[in-house]
Design a protein around this ligand. Structure first.
Ligand code: PEP
Length: 254
């Protein structure tokens, strides 16, 4: 059985002190039985990772980053490497978020390089995929997501794929308050699982975790997470509100 994962993407929010405060509110609000069938992750900004890691130690909450470079080190001003993230306490890294794709022009090729590096270094990558509103209206959303999966996973081995988490995040649902319906989301998750089955076989497809992201909140979480192919969520706005985030986690753990 796939263990659920609830991941909070804090984006460019919270300074160091408020990040520590938020992390503590979340970690102290977690009930033991939440952790039986749900992994919990928070992804602060780079400068807060180390202190946030210290502040949640022993609580069962993992820490991740929102991005990284694919090179080991060198003259890449403003960038950060997988090893640096690991040394600060990261277990996970979000890759290919639609904000990275749209605002920072990240391509499937670049995301593939990052994914390979993350896996080689021992980080668990959360690979984000999802279509724009125009692509959905054109009826090419399934093709777009299949292409993102195929290109981003190029040359990723069977051993490595079992460590990858995928997040389906329709761009039109991110930060907009418009959620995909549970059926729409589950349909796409099912397609993604089929794409993984075509690439790696059905056993791998059944084991891979596929998260939904896009305006998940404490009201809609329960219905989304009860869908058979939805294995948790990548949560933006609601992950900044401890009570909402804890309710979302509670819903996933039921
Ligand atoms: C996200 O940024 O990954 C996200 C899903 O944001 P929100 O929950 O705010 O839509």
């Amino acid at each position: 059985m796939r263990k659920k994962l609830i991941a909070g993407n804090w984006k460019m929010n919270n300074d160091l002190n408020s990040s520590i405060e938020l992390a503590k509110s979340i970690s102290t609000g977690i009930k033991k039985d939440f952790l039986n069938n749900t992994d919990i992750l928070i992804c602060p900004t780079f400068i807060s990772i180390s202190k946030v890691f210290d502040s949640v130690k022993g609580s069962g909450v993992s820490v991740g980053a929102q991005n990284m470079h694919f090179k080991d080190d060198g003259a890449f001003t403003g960038e950060i490497s997988a090893e640096m993230l690991i040394s600060a306490g990261c277990e996970y890294v979000i890759l290919g978020h639609s904000e990275r794709r749209q605002l920072f022009h990240e391509t499937n090729h670049l995301i593939n390089l990052k994914l390979k590096k993350a896996l080689k270094s021992g980080l668990i990558p959360i690979l984000c995929v999802g279509e724009t509103l125009e692509q959905r209206e054109e009826g090419i959303h399934e093709k777009i997501v299949d292409e993102q999966i195929t290109f981003c996973l190029k040359e990723i081995s069977k051993v490595e794929i079992s460590k990858v988490v995928i997040a389906y995040e329709p761009v039109w649902a991110i930060g907009t308050g418009k959620t995909a319906s549970p059926e729409q989301a589950n349909q796409m998750h099912n397609n993604i699982r089929n794409s993984i089955a075509n690439l790696y076989g059905n056993d791998f497809a059944q084991n891979i975790r596929i998260l939904y992201g896009g305006s998940v909140n404490d009201k809609n979480a329960s219905e989304l997470f009860s869908q058979p192919d939805i294995d948790g969520g990548l949560i933006g706005g609601a992950s900044l509100k401890p009570n909402q985030f804890l309710t979302i986690i509670e819903n996933a753990s039921k």
